[in-house]
Design a protein around this ligand. Structure first.
Ligand SMILES: [Mg+2]
Length: 312
């Protein structure tokens, strides 16, 4: 069993409380210790003492360099507090509709040959399949899965490739398959490679690690087919919604993703589901002792159900 540290921020007036969470993803330049240090630094400058409104919070947040997970924890704690204090739903607050159930996919991790058949069997009931791959196994694993499953495949290459020619060559035997998209084949630091492969793969390319902010999206959008939006990357419900709406209006694919987080974070993300083509929201399934119970998964069911009201 492995462990993961998730940090929570609470906004309270003594009777009503709102909570938000910061969950750092692997591969990002901040850890839960950075989150703690940043939070303490904000307390030291009395950041929280003078906040009066969400607009005020956003203005102050822009002034300070706060990592996206902590920004989201603070913003969502504030927003959840305001919702509960006013008796308003988060959906109304954000101006969205919250689906009662959301189609989720099945994720096949990088496993050895023997386990892949088990994974394929488990994946059968799901609407789409996400396969994690590396440069070495991508072709073999994707061909094997596609041979046995007819659902759309999302191939998460997790920054495995460093060279555009290698990637174009690797995709060649896969182009006739039902691949919805390949996610983040190159590292964030090699973003010029997306321009090099543009139009050469016939398989849509969606970016995850490379897209945190609107600036990232505007810079890279000419060369890619879509984005994976996560609240722990945008650091804000409002930023995530803005990004998703703009990407949709640009006819891009939008994936709504998550980190390994509690059902509180997943429940928040569920509010953005209407703007996504695919929802990859199984982040709470891996947690033992999940404390909130705001979404529910059933093994073998391609849907997660979403609780309407927020209760702490
Ligand atoms: Mg990814």
């Amino acid at each position: 069993m492995s462990s993961k540290t998730i940090s929570f921020v609470t906004v309270s007036n003594g009777t009503t409380k709102g909570m938000g969470e910061a969950s750092c993803m692997t591969g990002y330049p901040y850890t839960h210790l950075d989150i703690r240090n940043q939070f303490e630094a904000l307390e030291a400058i009395h950041f929280f003492d003078e906040l009066t409104s969400i607009e005020d919070l956003h203005r102050r947040t822009r002034e300070e360099k706060i990592s996206p997970p902590l920004r989201f924890a603070i913003e969502s704690a504030w927003v959840h507090y305001e919702c509960l204090a006013k008796g308003q739903s988060l959906a109304d607050y954000l101006g969205v509709s919250l689906p009662e159930k959301i189609q989720i996919g099945y994720s096949i991790p990088i496993v050895d040959d023997k386990k892949i058949n088990q994974e394929i069997e488990r994946a059968k009931p799901y609407g789409f399949i996400k396969i994690k791959v590396n440069q070495k196994n991508m072709v073999e694993v994707v061909l094997k899965v596609a041979d046995q499953l007819k659902q759309a495949l999302i191939v998460d290459a997790n920054e495995a490739f460093t060279n555009s020619a290698d990637f174009v060559k690797a995709v060649e035997p896969l182009r006739h398959l039902n691949i919805a998209f390949i996610e983040q084949p190159f590292s964030k630091k090699y973003e010029a490679l997306y321009q090099e492969i543009f139009g050469k793969t016939l398989v849509p390319i969606v970016l995850d690690e490379s897209i945190e902010t609107m600036d990232d999206y505007l810079r890279l959008k000419p060369w890619v087919d879509g984005i994976n939006v996560k609240l722990q990357k945008t650091g804000s419900y409002f930023e995530a919604l803005r990004l998703m709406k703009i990407a949709k209006s640009d006819h891009k694919l939008v994936m709504l993703g998550c980190s390994l987080e509690t059902s509180l974070g997943i429940w928040g993300a569920a509010h953005l589901a209407d703007y996504a083509d695919f929802c990859d929201l199984d982040g709470a399934t891996l947690l033992a002792n999940e404390p909130f119970g705001l979404v529910a998964y059933t093994e073998g069911s391609p849907y997660m159900t979403v609780q309407k009201d927020l209760v702490f």
